[in-house]
Design a protein around this ligand. Structure first.
Ligand code: NAG
Ligand code: NAG
Ligand code: NAG
Ligand code: NAG
Ligand code: NAG
Ligand code: NAG
Ligand code: NAG
Ligand code: NAG
Ligand code: NAG
Ligand code: NAG
Ligand code: NAG
Length: 429
């Protein structure tokens, strides 16, 4: 028994031996240790417990074979106090720096990135860092930069992205940056960008062209700023885009029907801007589009006829489209019941829902649409049409009610047409 245990121990030692050797080769360089000590010394509680000799074994630290610190990962450690950028900048072999979700103070000095030219991942989000950005991001190795939810300010220097040819993700949302959104970022560098988030800052002016060159861009957010002017035409060239979110700005103009080229688009949030009165009729051709938020734009007409749209119509929220006068969703594959929020669009004059797979019944709330003169419901699966008719009979404004029938000749009336339909109620059944 004893012999066996002895053998087992020898065996274990044999197994562990290479590990002991290799951790020895990881022994931390003294200069790295003092840079880390200097970083820790400016922080207040709680302690990092960085006491042992070999800094490569400290919590949050990873070293390479030669004892250079490559990773400093201390997210959500309750760290408080000022950071000392010069001590971090002395960790010249860093590839990953993640200090997110702490309470760090201070700013990134101009020199900050100068020596960190191996850095790939930088996450300083959710701290209390402030000041202006250094003149330039480090090296072509940098891939992810998250400075969001801090107190940074000033303009993003025009030279900032010049070396960052491998940048894939850049998030500066929720700070107080000013100046222009650097939307020309892909003209000179960074063709690998996939994610750009400039939202919740004080950026102003026009969106300059350039995004069209971001051939891999999937997410573009710049909402809640002071942006003006038109959407740059070349945004429709960034065909990998899955999300465009620009709410709460002062953008205006029409949304081009070139948007149909953005076949991957799933989220389009242009709410609280001054975009035009109509959406492109082909918007529904975007088969992945799930969320179109355009509330409080001066949207008056929504024409999405014959677009193979599907999904539960009761999930659509119409409550903010107060100015909507015409809604044409005919010839699609919508399912579900008509949402009550539709009845709060008090300006509605024409509703076309025919040729879908809608069910349920028409609620009496529809009577609050005092201007409604055209209603087309045919070729659906509505139940209780008798009830619906009873309701709709008392809808005084209604000139055309199409419950079912041929869709040949059943067209949404034009503005002139609306006036022409002065005859008594038309029923096709
Ligand atoms: C340091 O050790 C204390 C006591 O063990 C612990 O509460 C604290 O979380 C440790 N600090 C870090 C950064 O791990
Ligand atoms: C950083 O390195 C420089 C030059 O090697 C040295 O003078 C300085 O004291 C170091 N700073 C810190 C905070 O370790
Ligand atoms: C930083 O660490 C947090 C917590 O582990 C993690 O959620 C986040 O993704 C990391 N940041 C980056 C850029 O990897
Ligand atoms: C960009 O990243 C890829 C892989 O991540 C790497 O092979 C390439 O060398 C990098 N390019 C530059 C210019 O650093
Ligand atoms: C950017 O960071 C914020 C947190 O500060 C986060 O809510 C947001 O989702 C991030 N943006 C992207 C595109 O991931
Ligand atoms: C914005 O940043 C502040 C300060 O860092 C933070 O407290 C807040 O949660 C952030 N807001 C969002 C929406 O991320
Ligand atoms: C969009 O891309 C096409 C083809 O690369 C190019 O000819 C066109 O000029 C681009 N449009 C804009 C507005 O940049
Ligand atoms: C949209 O796609 C069509 C053909 O697929 C192309 O002719 C047109 O140039 C594209 N528009 C833009 C803005 O890229
Ligand atoms: C729907 O559009 C297709 C072509 O896009 C057309 O062939 C078809 O006639 C249209 N159907 C209706 C009912 O308008
Ligand atoms: C509805 O979907 C079916 C099959 O999923 C398809 O054959 C039909 O063309 C679609 N109708 C419309 C109007 O998109
Ligand atoms: C049909 O609708 C009318 C009017 O809304 C209602 O009074 C009646 O109860 C409904 N009948 C059924 C079977 O749901």
């Amino acid at each position: 028994m004893l012999v066996q245990a002895y053998n087992l121990m020898a065996f274990l030692l044999f197994l562990l031996f290479p590990y002991i050797i290799s951790t020895n080769t990881h022994a931390c360089k003294q200069t790295e240790r003092s840079s880390l000590m200097s970083f820790a010394s400016t922080l207040s509680s709680p302690p990092l417990n960085w006491t042992s000799i070999d800094c490569c074994r400290w919590k949050g630290i990873t070293c390479d074979q030669d004892g250079w610190v490559t990773r400093l990962l201390l997210p959500s450690k309750g760290l408080k106090g000022g950071i000392s950028p010069s001590s971090l900048a002395n960790l010249t072999h860093l590839t990953h720096l993640n200090l997110s979700h702490n309470s760090l103070l201070g700013s990134l000095e101009t020199q900050f990135f100068l020596h960190l030219n191996r850095l790939e991942i930088l996450d300083l989000s959710y701290n209390r860092l402030s000041g202006e950005l250094p003149l330039s991001l480090p090296s072509s190795n940098i891939q992810t930069v998250d400075l969001s939810s801090n107190h940074f300010f000033g303009a993003i220097p025009s030279s900032f992205f010049q070396q960052a040819s491998n940048l894939t993700s850049f998030n500066v949302s929720n700070n107080t940056f000013t100046g222009y959104v650097p939307s020309s970022i892909c003209l000179h560098s960074s063709p690998s960008l996939r994610l750009l988030d400039f939202s919740s800052n004080v950026f102003s002016g026009n969106l300059a062209p350039g995004l069209g060159k971001c051939s891999k861009l999937q997410v573009f957010r710049a909402g809640h700023n002071n942006l003006l002017g038109l959407l740059p035409e070349d945004i429709y060239n960034a065909t990998k885009l899955e999300e465009i979110a620009l709410p709460l700005n002062s953008l205006h103009g029409a949304i081009s029907d070139k948007i149909v080229n953005l076949t991957n688009l799933a989220v389009l949030d242009l709410s609280f801007n001054h975009f035009g009165r109509e959406l492109p009729h082909n918007l529904g051709k975007l088969s992945k589009l799930k969320l179109v938020t355009l509330d409080f734009n001066n949207l008056e007409e929504l024409h999405l006829r014959n677009n193979s749209l599907e999904g539960d119509i009761s999930m659509l929220d119409f409550s903010r489209l107060r100015q909507l006068t015409k809604l044409d969703l005919r010839v699609n594959n919508f399912t579900g019941t008509v949402p009550v929020s539709l009845y709060s669009c008090r300006s509605l004059k024409a509703i076309g829902l025919a040729i879908n797979n809608l069910d349920g019944q028409i609620e009496a709330e529809i009577l609050s649409l005092k201007s409604l003169s055209f209603l087309s419901l045919g070729y659906n699966r509505f139940t209780n049409l008798t009830g619906a008719m009873k309701i709709l009979m008392s809808c005084k404004s209604l000139h055309a009610l199409l419950l079912s029938g041929s869709f040949v000749g059943e067209r949404m009336p034009s503005d002139d047409h609306m006036v022409d339909l002065t005859d008594s109620k038309i029923f096709e059944h």
